[in-house]
Design a protein around this ligand. Structure first.
Ligand code: SAM
Length: 247
């Protein structure tokens, strides 16, 4: 049984609502990332990588903003890739970022922007460092990397406040009772149209930390060591930031 467009959109909509239970301003983050890609890129058809793209929500928003962009999503979850493939139709690469050759299936041309949301905290610190180094190699000079994710700061008093702000936001936005990650996965793994992808997901389960606990300051150090000449926060709400780095 193959995945229909309607079923794919239904699950992506459910994914997006579930993710907003953790990130109430997720759509704003997508818009900010699209703003930054647009501002930094003067190529008429920029090449944009959505790294750890999941079902493609960010890549789709980038393509809505920049219809001439060539968007390539990379992920290793067969279920989420199947949703992206059916719903959005942009190019997808099935590769684990922990494999040092994750970039080998990409076109051999300079990349204008590398974007990611709520994913790079799954990479152990050594893999994150290797990923940033490879990202700097792939980007053209002046190219931009944008990582939207939770990042603690070294400054303990400020990190305490950042966490309090995040908790307050969930309460204010009334998203605390959204479907959670575990319930979403219980539901989607029973979807008959995704049975082949679900079986493959079970087969290839890979070990990863829940959170690599790499701080904001450590991210910036890794980015500098990887060859990015500037980096900093372009948007923040509590611990959640969009960290931009320019090659
Ligand atoms: C919380 S989801 C976020 C997905 C998407 N970026 C979004 O914002 O909807 C984390 C994603 O990271 C992907 N991911 C985590 N570790 C990965 C790895 N080592 N290689 C490739 N993808 C990975 C997962 O498969 C999942 O799609």
């Amino acid at each position: 049984m193959s995945l229909t467009l309607t079923t794919a959109h239904t699950w992506i909509e459910r994914w997006d609502r579930q993710q907003e239970g953790y990130l109430p301003d997720r759509e704003l983050m997508f818009a900010v990332i699209a703003d930054a890609v647009t501002a930094q890129t003067d190529h008429p058809a920029p090449l944009v990588l959505d790294v750890a793209c999941g079902p493609g929500s960010l890549g789709a928003r980038i393509r809505d903003r920049l219809p001439s962009a060539r968007v390539i999503g990379i992920d290793t979850d067969p279920v989420l890739l199947e949703l992206a493939r059916a719903a959005y139709g942009f190019e997808l690469v099935d590769h684990n970022l922990g494999d040092p050759a994750w970039f080998s299936a990409l076109p051999g041309e300079p990349v204008d922007a590398i974007v990611s949301t709520t994913a790079l905290h799954w990479l152990p610190a050594d893999q994150l460092a290797a990923f940033y180094t490879q990202a700097a190699t792939l980007l053209r000079p002046g190219g931009i990397l944008l990582n939207g994710d939770d990042m603690a700061t070294h400054t303990v008093d400020i990190d305490y406040l950042d966490q309090a702000v995040g908790t307050g936001q969930i309460e204010r936005e009334g998203v605390g009772d959204r479907e959670n990650w575990a319930d979403f996965w219980t539901a989607i793994t029973a979807e008959p149209e995704l049975s082949t992808a679900v079986a493959e997901r079970d087969r290839r389960r890979w070990d990863h930390p829940e959170n690599n606990n790499v701080t904001y300051e450590q991210h910036r150090t890794l980015l500098r060591e990887a060859g990015f000449h500037s980096s900093g926060t372009i948007w923040q709400y509590g611990r959640r930031r969009i960290l931009a780095a320019v090659k």
